[in-house]
Design a protein around this ligand. Structure first.
Ligand code: DC
Length: 204
């Protein structure tokens, strides 16, 4: 079974998807880490690196490895966030990463998290969730996570939201049939319980 969790940055996708995967005994797929890995390579080696995204050996798990190098922390920097959002507008990058994601999920049970899982990567996912939260709440969460200033995060977030939602290829949008969950004011456990209920419903 595939559980697709999409939504904007800071809606709580990573925390929720990770916890839901643990609760269900499914494997967690962080598709954003793949875009971040390509963004990092583009920063280091220039735009041509993103044209060869299909050749990158990206391993996800407790650590994120790119061609054998541990980039787990490096890919979380604001610079790489920006680079990831940029490379994510490139259709060749998207095509290469979507293919890798589909291969990974071709067997087993997955909770996959991103922007286009329910719309593009796994349109047949048995459970689709679109997580949202108010922009201020999302910025507050990100700032707490990064230990930085809320206003700065909110400014960057507004730019990145626009880039993610207005891009020509696979813009961020709720998939048909997705259950929209606003996580503002909800605990992680509340959201995970809702997702587990949806999975149980889909099994019946
Ligand atoms: O979820 P994240 O912040 O780690 O994602 C990093 C960037 O990659 C973000 O700008 C959106 C983009 N992304 C995407 O376009 N499609 C996905 N499935 C996952 C992430």
């Amino acid at each position: 079974m595939v559980v697709a969790i999409d939504g904007p940055a800071g809606a709580g996708k990573s925390t929720v998807a990770r916890a839901a995967a643990r609760a269900l005994g499914f494997t967690y797929l962080d598709s954003g880490a793949m875009y971040r890995a390509v963004g990092l390579m583009a920063r280091r080696h220039g735009g041509a690196a993103s044209e060869r995204a299909d050749e990158l050996d990206i391993r996800l798990g407790d650590r994120v490895l790119v061609n054998g190098e541990d980039v787990t922390e490096t890919i979380r920097s604001p610079e790489v966030s920006e680079a990831a959002s940029k490379v994510a507008t490139n259709p060749r990058v998207r095509e290469a990463l979507v293919q890798k994601q589909r291969e990974l999920m071709s067997s087993g049970d997955w909770v996959a998290e991103g922007r286009d899982i329910g719309t593009v990567v796994a349109p047949d996912a048995e459970v689709k969730v679109f997580l949202t939260a108010s922009p201020e709440e999302r910025a507050r969460r990100r700032a707490a996570e990064l230990g930085t200033d809320v206003d700065m995060v909110l400014r960057d977030q507004t730019l990145r939201d626009a880039q993610d939602m207005e891009r020509e290829h696979s813009p961020l949008t709720a998939a048909p049939g997705a259950v929209e969950l606003d996580t503002s004011g909800l605990s992680v456990d509340d959201v995970v319980d809702r997702i587990v209920d949806l999975v149980e419903g889909a099994r019946r």
